[in-house]
Ligand binder design. Structure first.
Ligand code: GLN
Length: 200
């Protein structure tokens, strides 16, 4: 069984845990570096990235996540995507720099606080439709040459990967559709077999 840590300092961690359980794997809610050491992969959920950042530092999880991500898979959704990005446009907000993307926070404007829309997703070579839930979502404004886009909303990349780091600007834990989590679990399995590696 795969053990998936869900960073549980703030935000939408419970739904991710339910999804991992539904897929027959073991979720652990992570609040300490010690708990993180037991995990094969980590999900950093949506919430508020500035709060998440402060709490990660307070709980000694900032450096611990950096160390964890050197060999292991991390999936950042929404605020989690902001936390793992290379840089956040227009602010001096710190980030972990685990994936070569630049993001803009709250990029859909104040009047579009949240919305659900059809998105295009390509996880196994074929293009499919999916429902995307966006809540005060960021936009990925630049992806590096080693980053692979995996899903799009209109012209925006909304899911992407580099090595074993996966990021999404939407909330796949808020629908019944488990394809994105299944994809992340496959990355964790590939990492356990030494097939998927991080370049950081
Ligand atoms: N707007 C939040 C931020 O900038 C992210 C929102 C979310 O995670 N749903 O951190």
């Amino acid at each position: 069984m795969i053990t998936v840590g869900i960073l549980a300092l703030q935000g939408d961690f419970a739904k991710h845990a339910q999804m991992i359980e539904k897929l027959g794997q073991r979720p652990i809610l992570i609040r300490t570096a010690e708990q993180l050491r037991q995990c094969d992969g980590l999900i950093i959920p949506g919430g508020e990235s500035t709060t998440l950042l402060k709490l990660m530092k307070k709980h000694a999880l900032w450096d611990a996540v950096l160390d964890f991500a050197r060999p292991k898979p991390v999936f950042g959704t929404c605020a989690g995507c902001i936390v793992v990005a290379r840089s956040i446009l227009g602010t001096k907000q710190e980030s972990l720099g685990l994936i070569d993307i630049d993001v803009q926070r709250n990029a859909y404007g104040r009047q579009v606080d949240s919305f659900i829309d059809a998105v295009d997703i390509q996880l196994n070579g074929t293009m499919d439709k999916m429902e995307g839930v966006f809540i005060r979502a960021p936009k990925i404004k630049r992806i590096g040459k080693d980053v692979t886009p995996l899903a799009w909303h209109r012209n925006d990349v909304i899911l992407a990967e580099q090595g074993c780091i996966l990021v999404g600007t939407f909330h796949p834990e808020l629908t019944e559709d488990s394809r994105v989590h299944e994809y992340f679990l496959r990355k964790i399995k590939a990492n356990l077999f030494g097939i998927c590696r991080n370049s950081i």
